[in-house]
Design a protein around this ligand. Structure first.
Ligand code: SAH
Length: 221
């Protein structure tokens, strides 16, 4: 992909992106590595061209198939919560979508495995991540509620769609030595972001605030 497409012009330029970073800081995002990554990931390349002028607004946008690209603040908040206990080796992401969150975390951890249930979305994302030169991500079509056992245990698991209760398979695939699961839980309109930290067979639950995600859907689309 050409450098100018990645760098953007006009409403996708460096100045527009800097405004988003200022806004994220005002909302309490402090991790400089996370802010830097959000500054550098070309979010306009993760949405339809017709929406690219809105790509650096702090808002979720439609990506087709009834799904959305996450709001930058939410991506920043989740990534910050994920990294707060130190470096991570492997991260499982559930709900790849357009791959924006995947791209943000890929540069901050050693490896990412990511699962998406809608095949056409996943196929486009595969091409996009390749074009952006992101190589430490493995993608899979499937039901993320079951996790991805082959690469477990995970230092962290990040879920981008909300189940009604915490999937047992994800708890079981966390590293027993401080593995952390960040996920929204609850019905539409009443979801809460949780961080669950595993120490052997003990699971510490912390509430990180109200959020709004698409529902985690069972089975394959
Ligand atoms: N991470 C994306 C946002 C994804 S939106 C970003 O950075 O913008 C949530 C995604 O989760 C959707 O693409 C949806 O299809 C997917 N999803 C919902 N239920 C799922 C499941 N059970 N397994 C895997 N993916 C699922």
């Amino acid at each position: 992909m050409s450098d100018s497409r990645v760098a953007g012009i006009g409403m996708t330029s460096a100045r527009t992106r800097e405004r988003l970073i200022t806004r994220l800081r005002e909302q309490g995002i402090k991790d400089e590595a996370v802010l830097d990554r959000i500054r550098n990931v070309p979010r306009h390349l993760f949405v339809d061209e017709a929406l690219s002028s809105r790509a650096y607004e702090d808002t979720a946008l439609p990506i087709g198939f009834g799904q959305t690209i996450s709001q930058p603040f939410v991506v920043a908040r989740m990534t910050e919560a994920l990294l707060s206990a130190g470096p991570l080796r492997n991260v499982l992401e559930v709900g790849t979508g357009c791959g924006y969150q995947t791209a943000v975390i890929s540069a901050l951890v050693t490896r990412v495995e990511s699962i998406e249930r809608i095949k056409p979305i996943l196929d486009r994302t595969k091409v996009r991540l390749k074009e952006l030169g992101i190589k430490n991500v493995r993608l899979k079509h499937g039901d993320g509620a079951e996790g991805w056992k082959a690469h477990a245990p995970y230092d962290a698991i990040l879920v981008a769609a909300a189940p009604l209760s915490v999937p047992q398979a994800l708890l079981a695939q966390l590293s027993p030595k401080g593995g952390r699961l960040i996920l929204p839980v609850g019905p539409e309109g009443a979801q809460e972001l949780l961080r669950i930290t595993r120490r052997e067979e003990h699971f510490l639950r912390e509430k990180l605030g109200a959020v709004s995600f698409v529902p985690l859907v069972g089975g394959m689309g």
